[in-house]
Ligand binder design. Structure first.
Ligand code: HXC
Length: 284
C-alpha cells in the first residue's frame, strides 16, 4: 500500500517556476530525474549534467516527452571544474539565467572500510564533495543575480554509521557542512542553500547497490521503516518543489530528512555479525 502523492501538481501550483531555470547534476537518473521532472512540470526549464552523454541525451528526450518542457543535456564529470564551468556556460547561453541548482551527482557502493582502496575512497569523495563544490562555485554568480536556491542531495548514512558506507557517509557529512557554510556566505546575496536527505528509495541504483547494508531484501521489505513503506522518488520531488518555492523563503542552511523515519532504524540489529563475517558483496 502506498499513500505517496503521485504528482507535485496535486499539491503545488502548476506555474510556480514559470520562466525560471534549473541546473541539476545527476538529473538524468534516479531521484534527481524525478526532482528535475517535477520542477519542469511547474514551468522551469532544465539542464541536466552527468558523465554518460548517450544515457543523458536519452533521459532528456524521455523527460521532454513526459513534461512537454524544455530540458537539455550537457555531458560532464562533476570532478572536473572545467566541465562544470562548461555546463554553467551552456545553461546561460541556452536559457539566459540560473535560478535553481541541484547538486545530485553521487557515487556509492558497499565495501568494508578495510576493503576500500585509497582510490575507491577518493573516488567517492571526489564525486560527492568536490563535485558539489565545483558546480556550486561555477554557478554561484548566476544564482546571486536571480536570488536563487541551491539544494544539495545528502544522505543519513553517517547519523548512525551504517556499515560498509564509510566513504559515502563521510562524503555526505562534508556536504552537510558545505550546506551550512554556503548558506552563511550566500544568504546576504539572497541565495538560499539547503540539503535534502533521502532515505532508501525503491528501485534506484543507489538502493539496489545498498540494500544488503540495510538488510532489506528488495523493495517490498520495509517493515523496519516507521512509516511502513519504501521511499519513492516522488517523495523527494515534493520536498524539492517546496524547498525551491517562496514558501521556503526563510529556510536556509538546513538539511531536511525525507525517509519515513528510517534513519532511526538504519543500523541493522545483526550488524556486529555483518562486520565480523562480511557478506560477499557483488559489484553492481
Ligand atoms: C570496492 C570499488 C567498488 C566496489 C569501484 N571500486 N566499485 N571498490 N567495492 N563495489 C573502486 C575501484 O576498484 C577503483 O579503485 C575505484 O573504486 C574507482 O572505480 P572506477 O570504477 O574507476 O570509478 P568511476 O568509473 O569513476 O565510477 C565511480 C563509482 C561508480 C562510484 C565507482 O559506481 C559510479 O559511477 N557510480 C555512479 C552511480 C552511483 O553509484 N549512484 C549511487 C548513488 S547512491 P582502484 O583502487 O581499483 O583504482 C547514494 C545514496 C546513498 O549516494 C544513500 C542511500 C540511503
Amino acid at each position: 500500500m502506498s499513500n505517496v502523492c503521485v504528482d507535485t501538481t496535486q499539491v503545488f501550483k502548476e506555474n510556480l517556476f514559470a520562466g525560471k531555470v534549473l541546473l541539476c547534476s545527476g538529473g538524468g537518473s534516479g531521484i534527481c530525474r524525478t526532482m528535475t521532472t517535477a520542477m519542469v512540470k511547474h514551468g522551469a526549464h532544465a539542464v541536466i549534467v552527468s558523465r554518460s552523454k548517450d544515457k543523458l541525451e536519452k533521459a532528456a528526450e524521455e523527460m521532454r516527452l513526459e513534461t512537454g518542457g524544455q530540458i537539455i543535456a550537457v555531458a560532464g564529470d562533476v570532478r572536473k571544474p572545467e566541465d562544470m564551468e562548461n555546463a554553467v556556460k551552456a545553461t546561460v547561453e541556452k536559457f539566459g539565467r540560473i535560478d535553481f541548482l541541484i547538486n545530485g551527482a553521487a557515487g556509492n557502493f558497499l565495501a568494508p572500510f578495510q576493503g576500500l582502496s585509497y582510490n575507491a575512497f577518493k573516488t567517492v569523495i571526489d564525486i560527492d564533495v568536490l563535485g558539489t563544490f565545483n558546480l556550486t562555485k561555477a554557478a554561484s554568480e548566476y544564482l546571486k543575480k536571480t536570488k536563487g536556491s541551491i539544494i544539495n542531495v545528502s544522505a543519513t548514512l553517517y547519523y548512525t554509521g551504517v556499515p560498509f558506507q564509510l566513504h559515502a557517509g563521510t562524503a555526505k557529512a562534508a556536504i552537510d557542512a558545505m550546506t551550512k557554510h554556503l548558506a552563511i556566505e550566500l544568504g546576504p546575496h539572497g541565495v538560499r542553500v539547503n540539503g535534502l536527505s533521502p532515505g532508501p528509495i525503491a528501485s534506484t541504483v543507489g538502493m539496489t547497490k545498498l540494500s544488503a547494508a540495510f538488510k532489506r531484501d528488495g523493495v517490498n521489505d520495509y517493515e523496519g521503516v516507521p512509516m511502513g513503506r519504501a521511499g519513492e522518488t516522488m517523495d523527494i520531488a515534493q520536498a524539492t518543489v517546496f524547498m525551491n518555492s517562496a514558501g521556503a523563503s526563510w529556510i536556509t542552511g538546513t538539511t531536511l530528512v525525507i525517509d519515513g523515519g528510517s534513519w532511526m532504524t538504519n543500523t541493522p540489529a545483526n550488524y556486529p555479525e555483518m562486520v565480523i563475517n562480511p557478506p560477499k558483496l557483488a559489484r553492481l
